[in-house]
Design a binder for this molecule. Structure first.
Ligand code: ZN
Length: 670
């Protein structure tokens, strides 16, 4: 079992351990270059080992920093960032190493390489160029400075959000003031109050709490208050105005990225971002996004109009404000389809949801998932599982960490501890994945009860994990999620979300936790009808984020002080159909693009969703558990990792290029 040992991590030792590891790697690389006589075995294989050692060490630290943040760990983490960026810059600027790898491309051995090996060499050469290997010494030093600073500022950006999120709470003692909020969320708020030794209810800005208030609280004042706190997190406004303000960080991040891009000969950071993606040019991305805007805008306007009418007639609200949108929408959804997320909760109890997920994996791919007893875990709520293949061999491990808690980064994501590769002893290293969500945990004696949205999120992250875990590639750099272009990464995840919607699969997941009854046909029919409720509005929201991100990285000009807000305003003016107050500072907590990997790449969600919908369409035609098609999907999409162009992988599965029809059809826009 190559499982990590979390409890062995001592924050005060991390820095020294990392320094020793980096020094050992550096020495090894220098030795390799001194020996010369390069081949895969004498150069690439040892490099892979160095990378793997570092990744396995750092992935634990960075994972714990995300899910069990503490002051000591944060300090250690922050102290390590400069060493890491220094190390990766030194590698990227190592001309001798670059030339050594180039020499493999021209060697006789190259013709005997398999697809994965050739791809690794090509990617490495591309990445050396993107790291500025050709720059003169002065520019290299400048590059190094930019990269080091970027990693600090992006980390600060993220930590500001975490601190601002946890700094706010709202205590409510009067039961009337919480009218409308579902029992489940109220119990959670009571539990939070008890933990903090307070009376009544305590609401926080953690997602389950925030969403419960903004969607359900009848009190407009309470909704406005929490909305105001939420959308001003880490900004110059709101309850903690200026305290964790990301305004300066955002500008600095954009400025550093622009400098980096220019240094490497790109016009702007958007162009730089596309150098490693499927999309070929900024124009292609903008045209793609605008095509979806044009297709969705009229429908979204209708949706909002219906919302306004309903608010006026039924709720006596003359004008919908931003803090009313979710609330009125939920009321309209209940009225129109007589189904609410809360009503469905008892059907999505954690144990059954996980069993259902595992049986779907079994039906599709004939894989068994079993709990790993006695695994070392970072928190009592976490579970570790192993995936067994047809021959009863372990194919991978994964950890599920599903509940929100303080000191855990918000949102949901999948990450890895290690990827697959062939070890010296000839055996394959077993991939290990982390699946992290922020759902509300068990309350009292009941199991954790999820919303249908939560289950969609879980399947999304598990879809990512499967691509990482089922890979058959034996070289780390292009195994699993490694080496897949960013704009194709969301295909496997969004594809798998579909299984939370189809009758055949949903019945494996949904069962009332008390009565053990399945979803009634009536409830299922209502859910289906409600599926595309406001889908055009949601589509536009994603397009707004995508366009804002992409245009910002195309046009950013450090001399224009208010440009970020202006670009956001411009995009909203063109495509937004919902009201937006002036105090909204959503961008200050938009960590996907400022601290995550989505810079000039947020469009990837939609880009990939087109392919995911188109792929699933094939299953819809011949049965969602059709083994033959599942086998094809596994072979062409889940197993090859980053060994070949994703467009080829898609075409091999689908028999043609992707088109947007399926997405627009499935979201009810066409
Ligand atoms: Zn994702």
């Amino acid at each position: 079992m190559n499982l990590p040992n979390f409890s062995a991590i001592k924050p005060n030792e991390i820095e020294a351990q990392l320094k020793a590891l980096l020094a050992a790697n550096q020495e090894r690389i220098e030795n390799l270059l001194r020996q010369g006589n390069y081949s895969w075995a004498t150069l690439m294989q040892p490099l892979e080992e160095c990378d793997d050692r570092l990744h396995q060490f750092w992935s634990i630290v960075s994972h714990l920093h995300s899910v069990m943040d503490s002051e000591e760990l944060r300090t250690a983490y922050n102290n390590c960032l400069p060493y890491l960026s220094e190390y990766s810059t030194a590698i990227g600027h190592n001309k001798k190493l670059f030339e050594a790898i180039c020499s493999l491309q021209n060697s006789a051995e190259f013709t005997h390489y398999d697809e994965a090996q050739r791809r690794i060499i090509e990617n490495a050469i591309r990445d050396f160029k993107l790291a500025g290997v050709h720059l003169d010494e002065e520019k290299k030093a400048f590059y190094a400075k930019i990269v080091a600073r970027l990693s600090q500022v992006t980390s600060e950006f993220e930590q500001n959000i975490l601190d601002a999120t946890h700094a706010w709470q709202k205590q409510v003692s009067n039961p009337e003031a919480v009218s409308g909020i579902p029992a489940h969320a109220l119990e959670m708020a009571q539990q939070t109050a008890q933990q903090k030794k307070l009376e009544g209810y305590v609401f926080t800005l953690e997602a389950p709490s925030y969403l419960a208030v903004i969607k359900y609280a009848d009190s407009r004042t309470l909704r406005k208050e929490i909305y105001h706190a939420y959308v001003t997190r880490a900004s110059d406004l709101g309850p903690s105005a200026g305290k964790w303000d990301n305004s300066h960080n955002m500008r600095e991040i954009l400025m550093l990225r622009l400098r980096l891009a220019k240094l490497l000969g790109f016009e702007n950071y958007a162009e730089h971002s596309l150098a490693t993606k499927m999309a070929k040019s900024p124009d292609q991305v903008l045209a793609f996004l605008n095509e979806l805007v044009d297709a969705s805008l009229p429908r979204a306007q209708q949706e909002f109009k219906a919302l306004q009418q309903f608010a006026k007639q039924e709720l006596d609200l003359d004008a919908i404000e931003a803090w009313d949108v979710a609330y009125v929408s939920e009321k309209l959804r209940e009225r129109k389809f007589s189904v609410s997320q809360e009503e469905l909760r008892p059907y999505f109890a954690e144990p059954r949801v996980c069993e259902g997920l595992f049986s779907i994996v079994k039906k599709l791919f004939n894989l068994d998932i079993k709990l790993v007893e006695n695994a070392d875990l970072w928190h009592k709520d976490v579970k570790c599982f192993a995936i067994y293949d047809e021959s009863k061999a372990i194919r991978s491990y994964f950890y599920l960490d599903l509940y929100a808690r303080p000191n855990k980064r918000g949102g949901a994501w999948m990450d890895d501890y290690c990827g697959r590769r062939k070890l010296q002893n000839g055996e394959a290293q077993i991939p290990v994945a982390f699946v992290t969500c922020n759902f509300s945990g068990p309350i009292g004696d009941a199991p954790a009860l999820f919303t249908h949205d939560d289950v969609v999120t879980l399947f999304h992250e598990f879809g990512h994990a499967m691509q990482h875990m089922l890979t058959q590639v034996n070289y780390l750099d292009v195994a699993g999620i490694n080496g897949i272009p960013w704009d194709a990464v969301e295909v496997a995840s969004q594809f798998f979300e579909n299984y939370v919607w189809e009758k055949e699969s949903l019945y494996l997941i949904a069962q009332h936790y008390q009565t053990e009854h399945p979803l009634s046909p009536d409830l299922f029919a209502k859910m289906q009808r409600a599926r595309n409720f406001q889908s055009a509005m949601q589509m536009l929201r994603q397009l707004e984020f995508s366009l804002f991100d992409f245009i910002l990285h195309m046009e950013f000009n450090p001399t224009e002080e208010k440009q970020i807000q202006q670009i956001l305003g411009r995009v909203r003016k063109k495509i937004s159909v919902v009201p937006m107050p002036d105090f909204n500072r959503f961008q200050h907590s938009f960590s996907h693009i400022f601290a995550g990997g989505y810079a000039a790449g947020y469009y990837s969600y939609k880009w990939a969703e087109v392919m995911a919908a188109d792929a699933f369409d094939l299953f819809l035609q011949s049965g969602i558990f059709n083994r033959e098609i599942a086998q094809k999907y596994r072979k062409h999409i889940l197993e090859p990792g980053g060994t070949r162009d994703f467009s080829e992988m898609f075409a091999a599965f689908r028999g043609r290029e992707p088109n947007v029809e399926a997405l627009l059809k499935h979201s009810g826009i066409y």
